[in-house]
Design a protein around this ligand. Structure first.
Ligand code: SD4
Length: 325
């Protein structure tokens, strides 16, 4: 790693010449932007999402289209218990969805507490492209979605309702976020123009309080993209991610010269340092840098992600972690 003295020297150089900070900050050798497409996304369902995203990227499509259409595959899958239709409801039995999207121009859109519309990521994109705003929530977000032609539908599947009724018997709120729960999908992509985009979509923590928002719709927490540097997304206990503005932190750590995996690890360390009680506190970060290098890291074991590029045909990778369950 770069010594502090070198870092200060290089930072000073970086501010003297106001070119792309990424090419010098914290590094002895410049890192060149890549135009080799790559997509990474969280958990096992990342495979399904990457398949669609890779179709788009490998045909020369944009990272923005890839990250939207990719995660919609998971939103549309009724067997997924944490995203889109079939997502676990809150403690009142209502499915409320959160999502956001961000592109290479730092344009972003976000939707929170959206009900009865199964593709919140597409609603987030419409907010980004069709309104002067970034975030819409609740009734207003639903009204906007309906005006944009989205269909109203019941998102509580029979299976999800059954699981919720089972939960009601004890009604104990205990966030358990691990690989079995097939959680939130966050996706980061780099396209053949060298542009980065990201998306994040979820039904949030199962059996949450009605009205709760997690990190996933919050730009800088669940997702952040800076086309000069890289992109990051988060999964896990949203309250912990928000506390440290997790995805923004990961991108800023890459700006300082940390490798993607190392940036994710340092963000995990930050989360750990801010919590006395680590019980149930699983958080995982993914990072994709402008040069196509990527990595991830999690608080506990069990977090994985899917990667697709020209060399890797959509494979799952387990991240390193700080501690075991
Ligand atoms: C939330 N971060 O609402 C989401 C849930 C999640 O893996 O990512 N689970 O807190």
């Amino acid at each position: 790693m770069t010594s502090r003295r070198n870092f200060v020297k290089l930072s000073a150089l970086g501010s003297l010449f106001s070119f792309n900070a990424f090419s010098t900050f914290g590094k002895n050798t410049p890192i060149l932007p890549s135009k080799e497409p790559v997509v990474i996304s969280t958990w096992n369902h990342g495979i399904m999402a990457n398949k669609k995203a890779w179709e788009i990227l490998s045909a020369g499509g944009t990272a923005l289209d890839a990250v939207e259409k990719g995660v919609m595959e998971v939103e549309n899958d009724p067997t997924g218990a944490s995203v889109g239709i079939g997502g676990r409801p809150d403690r009142e039995g209502r499915v409320t969805l959160d999502a956001c999207i961000m592109d290479e121009k730092s344009r972003c859109g976000s939707v929170g507490f959206l009900q009865d519309i199964k593709n919140p990521v597409a609603v987030a994109r419409k907010i980004m492209e069709e309104t002067p705003h970034i975030m819409l929530v609740g009734e207003g977000a639903k009204q906007f979605a309906l005006e944009q032609g989205f269909k109203e539908e019941n998102l509580l599947t029979q299976e999800s309702e059954k699981a919720w009724k089972e939960w009601l018997k004890e009604s104990k709120y205990k966030p358990v976020i691990n690989v079995e729960n097939h959680d939130t999908i966050g996706m980061l992509a780099l396209d053949s123009n060298g542009n980065l985009s990201g998306s994040c979509t979820t039904s949030g923590a199962a059996y949450k309080l009605h009205g709760r928002l997690g990190d996933s719709p919050i730009i800088g927490s669940g997702l952040f993209v800076d086309n000069e540097i890289g992109a990051a997304c988060a999964t896990g206990l949203g309250e912990a991610v928000i506390r440290v503005a997790g995805s923004h932190l990961v991108v800023e750590l890459m700006r300082q010269g940390h490798e993607p995996e190392e940036a994710c690890k340092l963000a995990v360390d930050r989360i750990i340092s801010k919590h006395e009680n680590m019980e149930g506190l699983q958080v995982g970060f993914l990072a994709l840098r402008k040069d196509g290098k990527y990595g991830g890291y999690s608080v506990y074991n069990g977090f994985n992600y899917a990667v697709a590029n020209k060399q890797i045909n959509n494979e799952l990778v387990d991240t390193k972690f700080d501690r075991s369950w």
